[in-house]
Each structure stands twice: as C-alpha cells, then as structure tokens.
Design a protein around this ligand. Structure first.
Ligand code: LLP
Length: 415
C-alpha cells in the first residue's frame, strides 16, 4: 500500500498535489513518499517478530541521501555493493555496524574502506575474493567478518536479467563447494566467519523459491555446525516482487513471516536485503506531454522524460502504469505509445496505453521509486531529473535538477 491517491480529479502524494509539485520543481520529476517508505520498511521489520533480525535495505534500488536518511532514522541496516554506496550510507547517517557488503567484484581499496568503517559483514562471492579479503585485513591488522554467498541453484522464475540463483549465473559460490571453502576460511587468521548469504533474484512473485533456497541453505548450516563451524546469521537476500501490473506478490509481512518461521527455534539472526519491495511503490516519475502525434495510424505521446530517466521499460520491457496526474473529461481517450525525446526507437516508457490527454498534461509513471533514478544517465546530454520527497503536506527538494554546465564537469579540452 502506498500514499499516492487520487482526490477527485487530482493525484496526490500524501497531502501534496502532484500538479503543484510539478509547478514548483519542474519536470521530469521523481516524487517519493516518506510515509510509504516507512510503512514498507516496518512491514519487514515487524513480520520477523521475535526472531532476531536486521533489515538491510538494498541501496542500489534508490540511493538518494534523503531516502537513506529516512531508513537510518528507523534504525535500518543497509546492503551495499560499492564504496560509493557505503559512503552514501555514512553521509546519510547510517550505521556501518549494520552494513553488509555484497557484489562479485570488490576492489582491494573498497574492502579496505569497509574494514576501516567496521561493517557488519562481507558477503563473499568467490574463493579469490576470500583470499583478497584475508590479505587486505592482514595488511591492516584487522579481522574481517565474512559470510559466503552461496548459489543454491533455484529457479527464481523471474526475468533472466534479474535472476541470480541459478548455477550458470556469475553470482555466489556453488553450494556444493561451500563446505570446503568454509573450512578454508576457518583457517584464515584474519577472517571471522559470521554467516551465510543467498540472493536468488529480483521481482519474485511467489514465496516458494525463497523457501526452497532457504531449505538448501539450512542443510548447509547444519552440515557446517557438525564440523564445528557455527554461524550467527542467515542473510536471505532481497528479491520480493511488487505489483506493477497484475502481479500478486506475497505481502512483505507474509514473506518475512514465512521465512522467520523456518528459523524458529534456531539461535540465529535473520538478515533481509529488500530494495524494490520498500522503494518501488514509494515513488512516481512525473513527466509533461510535449506533443501528441500520429504516424501511420500509431499514436505517440511524446513526453519530457525518457529512457535516460527511467530505463526499465527499454531494458527489461518492464511494464509500469502510466496515469494522468489530473483526469480530464473534455477529450476522448486513445491508445498511445508514451515515448521520450531520446534518439532511439527503444526509448519508451509504455506502449499502447489508453489515455485521455492533451499536450501540456502531466503523466505519472507509477512504481518508479526503485531502479528509477539510480539507473538514470545523461544519454543525449540530458541533465538528470530532480527528486523530491513529500512528508505529509511538506515537500523537500532532495536532489536538484542537474544543470547544463554540470554535464561536462570533469571534462577537459586538449591543451
Ligand atoms: N541483494 C542483492 C545481493 C542484490 O543483488 C539485490 C538486487 C538485492 C539485494 C535487492 O533486490 P530487490 O529486493 O530490489 O529485488 N534493475 C533491476 C533489478 C536488479 C536487482 C539487482 N539486485 C530492475 O529494475 O528490475
């Protein structure tokens, strides 16, 4: 559930009229709702009940400092995949002791930075990475907390680009090799084995694959315990899907509860890494219709947001709902391809959408709070959009629209 609702003809973000926000801040504009973020975060946190747990929000979904700060204030942990993400978390007031560091290609300098800050755990994705963490920790005379990210070979049943739990993916360590690598880790002097980690993919709409993966991980946990390697946490990754269209993913409460129940009676902390489930429906992208045109019987609504602002439709053929910010009754509806100004045929936000619109109207692309702004670019030398967070009847510009001059920041002419 989110706090983007219509009042009569007009779309509101909490108590703020979206039309007013667009007037004040311009378009394209990302609008986030603080109350929605908090509601979703609490759903995960509360569903785990008595089971000791830590919600580590996946920063890649939306790394705006204000978003991170809202979660830091709730006491959230964070899942990061780069030094930049860790630096953002710290800048936003997050606690390094609640940070897990995922990702297949951690550089020695990034490992050193994370060790310096005292993070909760490294999610190690290969044997070579384990060796690197040991070497860096040794050189700093520190002990690095580690988990192995195991690959349970479970089909997440999601888009191939965002499915990560199959053997052939680049992620994690084959679960069959895990015992041997844990044994090796246990002999490495500058490592402290903390847990096990597993993330099987994103936008999953059923609980079953999560539970199947967890079953395999629990067999490993028991196997390790028999050999004297006792883990203090299980990180189940992120990946819970949201409703973009007609999907009916389990509610975060239902998901978190089902997982926590599997661990009942075990003295082990549960770590979640949700990204999309917290942020997607906590944000919209507001864009203005520049022109309506018809080519060979196909209607186009050309808007001022493009694939550089929101790449999910172009990249994954992802479907996101597109609605008028204000409903009008003085024009008939028609089917439009909603496209941006970028010079690519693949530049679209939605196809065949029934809309009653005129040039100058505002549209809202729903479910844009996750993997929206964070995947944006300056392609076609387009300054990136502004971001606003609403909190009740107040709105705060949490990232200014980029200026034209900022486009060439750091570039140099030849002497
Ligand atoms: N943990 C790890 C290790 C991950 O790789 C990811 C996402 C998450 C947690 C968070 O997953 P979530 O709860 O958000 O599903 N750009 C794509 C999604 C890529 C997901 C990458 N990893 C999209 O727009 O659909």
């Amino acid at each position: 559930m989110d706090y983007f609702n219509r009042r009569q003809q007009h779309l509101f973000a909490e108590e703020c009229a979206v039309e007013e926000l667009a007037k004040t801040y311009g378009t394209p504009l990302y609008v986030y709702s603080r109350a929605t973020i908090e509601r979703h975060w609490h759903a995960f946190d509360q569903a785990a009940g008595e089971q000791p747990h830590l919600v580590c929000y996946a920063v890649k979904a939306n790394s705006n400092l204000a978003v991170l700060n809202v979660m830091a204030r709730l006491g959230s942990g964070f899942d990061i995949v780069s030094q930049g993400e860790l630096a953002r978390v710290l800048k936003a007031g997050g606690d390094a002791k609640k940070v897990v560091f995922s990702g297949v290609g951690k550089k020695a300098s990034e490992i050193a930075f994370a060790l310096e800050q005292g993070i909760y755990c490294f999610n190690v994705e290969s044997e070579a990475e384990l060796d690197r963490i040991q070497a860096v920790a040794e050189s700093m005379d520190k002990t690095a907390p580690v988990s192995l990210r195991v690959n349970p070979d479970v089909d997440a049943g999601t888009h191939p680009y965002i499915s990560t739990g199959l053997k052939e993916n680049k992620f994690g360590i084959n679960i069959d090799d895990a015992v041997r690598i844990y044994q090796k880790a246990s002999t490495m002097p500058n490592l402290a084995i903390k847990g096990v980690d597993c993330h099987i993919g994103s936008q999953l709409t059923e609980i079953r694959p999560f539970l199947d993966a967890l079953d395999r991980v629990l067999i490993l946990v028991d196997n390790l315990a028999e050999q004297g390697i006792v883990l203090s946490h299980i990180d189940v990754g992120g990946g819970l899907g949201v409703c973009y269209d007609k999907e009916q993913p389990p509610h975060p409460k239902e998901y978190a509860k089902a997982i926590a129940e599997k661990l009942d009676g075990r003295n082990i902390t549960l770590v979640y890494e949700p990204g999309r489930a917290i942020m997607a429906n906590a944000g919209i992208l507001v864009t203005e219709v520049e022109f309506l045109k018809t080519n060979e019987g196909r209607n186009f609504a050309i808007v001022d947001a493009a694939m550089n602002d929101l790449i999910r439709p172009s990249l994954y053929q992802a479907w996101q709902n597109i609605i008028p910010v204000s409903l009008r009754e003085d024009t008939a509806s028609a089917y439009y391809d909603v496209v941006g100004p970028v010079c690519e045929t693949g530049d679209f936000l939605g196809k065949d959408r029934e809309l009653a619109i005129k040039a100058g109207d505002l549209l809202a692309v729903r479910s844009s709070g996750a993997y929206g702004f964070t995947m944006s670019s300056n392609y076609n030398s387009r300054p990136r959009a502004a971001e606003v967070m609403v909190d009740g009847d107040k709105s705060v510009l949490v990232r200014a629209r980029e200026t034209i001059e900022s486009l060439w920041q750091g570039e140099n002419l030849l002497p």
